[in-house]
Each structure stands twice: as C-alpha cells, then as structure tokens.
Design a protein around this ligand. Structure first.
Ligand SMILES: [Ca+2]
Ligand SMILES: [Ca+2]
Ligand SMILES: [Ca+2]
Length: 147
C-alpha cells in the first residue's frame, strides 16, 4: 500500500514539470519511467536497447535468439490481451526475410527506425515532450500501437 501511495511522488520527481503537464497517458508515463533507468527524463538509445533486449528475452520462450509468431503472441497475451490480429500483421512486417522468425537483426532494424520516429526533436533521446500528443507509431513502420 505504501508503495502505491509513493508512486505519484516518485513520478513527480522523475518527470520534468513541463512534461508532466503534457497530455501523455499515465500508462505510457509509467512505461517511460521504467525504461528511463537513470531517471534523467530522457530515454537514450542505450536505455531503449536494454529495454528491448529484456522484452526480446522475455518473449523468446525457447531461448533460440529468434522469435516465432507463437512466442510473440504469448508475450502479447501477457502484456496486452486482445491485440492478437494487429500483432500478426506486425510480425509479418518485422520478419523481413520471411523465414517465420523475427531475429535480433530484424528486431533491431525496427527498433532503430522506431526510436528515430519517436525522437521528434532528433536530439538523440526520447523525452515525454517528444511523445506528447502524437501517434507513437509511424504509418507503415510495422510497429503497432497497443492501447
Ligand atoms: Ca535516461
Ligand atoms: Ca526473419
Ligand atoms: Ca528527443
């Protein structure tokens, strides 16, 4: 209970005052704070890599360093139930060589493109100001918004 009461305080401390007023949904802010490990209000590419590596490892149920559609659907069912159809389409786009698996290279390619897209002011880090009030998914990027 105490942890829950402290959460808004922790968030207020972690977020710059101006960005805290920006229209970024709470769920996204919580994710932001989790990814921003040094809590400087900026997600740099190293922090994004770390986060995506953990996500990839979590999804890679059989540990063969590539993701099958079943593994991706398994992760999606845990994180965002009900987004299955969107994930299927996304998987097909991420699997550039159409071998039925998303390997580290394919995941990295998509991640780099997505990072650049999210970094609206192109200063090399993603801030809440970059994210405020815009689509988090570039059209045709192969990434899917999970609400
Ligand atoms: Ca940071
Ligand atoms: Ca592939
Ligand atoms: Ca930025």
């Amino acid at each position: 209970m105490r942890m829950i009461a402290l959460l808004p305080l922790a968030l207020a401390a972690a977020l710059p005052a101006r960005a805290a007023e920006a229209p970024v949904p709470l769920g996204l802010r919580l994710l932001f704070v989790a990814v921003d490990r040094n809590a400087d209000g900026r997600i740099d590419s190293a922090e994004a890599d770390q986060f995506l590596d953990r996500l990839f490892a979590q999804a890679d149920a059989n540990g063969d360093a590539r993701l099958s559609l079943d593994e991706v659907l398994g992760l999606q069912a845990r994180l965002a139930p009900g987004a299955g159809d969107a994930v299927r389409g996304q998987f097909r786009r991420l699997d550039r060589n159409h071998d039925g698996f998303v390997d580290g290279r394919e995941a990295n390619k998509a991640a780099i493109a997505h990072f650049a897209f999210l970094d609206a002011d192109q200063d090399g880090a993603i801030t809440l100001a970059d994210l405020a009030g815009r689509d988090l998914v570039a059209p045709g990027s192969g990434m899917t918004a999970v609400k």
